[in-house]
Design a protein around this ligand. Sequence first.
Ligand code: C2E
Ligand code: MG
Ligand code: MG
Ligand code: MG
Length: 290
Amino acid sequence: KAQAAVKIAKRSGKVEIYRNGVLKEAQRRFTLESKLRDALAQGGLTLAFQPLIHLQTGEITGFEALARWHDPELGHVSPVEFIAVAEESGLIAPLGRWATYEATQTLSRWDAKFGGPLPVGVNVNLSPIHMARDDVASMFEEALRYSGVEGKRLTAEITESAIVADPDKARKLLFALKDLQMPIAMDDFGTGYSNLASLHSLPIDILKIDRSFVFSMLEDRDKAVIVRTILSLAESLGLHVTAEGIETQELALELQRMGCWQGQGYYFARPMNEADAFDYWRARWNFETV
Ligand code: C2E
Ligand code: MG
Ligand code: MG
Ligand code: MG
């Protein structure tokens, strides 16, 4: 019966189409993995920097460092795609190490250009797969030492899944990062399985409300309720909140009114290269931006 079905499908061309689809996907994965390996080895990745804005004062408090990859043949590849490939292929640890060194080196280059330490920090994303390794704290320590940047200027953005996967390991790492004076932010907050007790017992400083709740909160009552709930939860736990995905002035003003600490989004600025991010900061550092 199954064979008959295959025969019929074959005749109608469905099996071929299916086979081609799977094959194409596997080929793309394979190509991405080998090209990503080369890009990492040959300096083919860059970081883009997106400003983080203090919503109450309008000051630029820092930048989130976001990996960018432009391949001569493939063109721009989204980080959503190549981070997933890196996580599946063992490349995420070298990628995370590269991003951490590059981000801290960028801060020290900005400091040199400015003639003193900029009053801004940089946020680096840490994959849960990378976090499972034993050398993450020493990686941060070495990057800080190598760049001469103070730990309080380097924020680690982690996700809830890393804590769920191995709570004891996560706890040890997070306390080691606190020993380095590093702030810790919980990224994509609200999208995963949060353990509220862990928010309380782990040394987390910042909750980043996921863009999916922020962008429609003015039209969608449910989203507004979630944002409000996260804000009051954070207040009772003594945590700061960053709202990501702020695309309009209305959203910026509403979040400011709700008492949200920090914002990030296209309304303020898109992620920029190192030079443009520095110019953005220098042009505005003593002006209000909200
Ligand atoms: P994320 O850490 O939540 O970063 C925020 C994402 O939202 C970025 O996408 C940013 O460009 C985008 N974004 C910011 N403001 C707005 C807005 O107003 N509207 C819209 N539509 N989007 C906005 P991006 O750069 O494509 O990165 C996607 C994800 O890839 C990141 O999400 C992060 O999870 C991951 N990623 C990027 N770079 C790295 C990295 O170096 N290491 C690791 N482990 N993950 C990274
Ligand atoms: Mg992030
Ligand atoms: Mg985020
Ligand atoms: Mg996100």
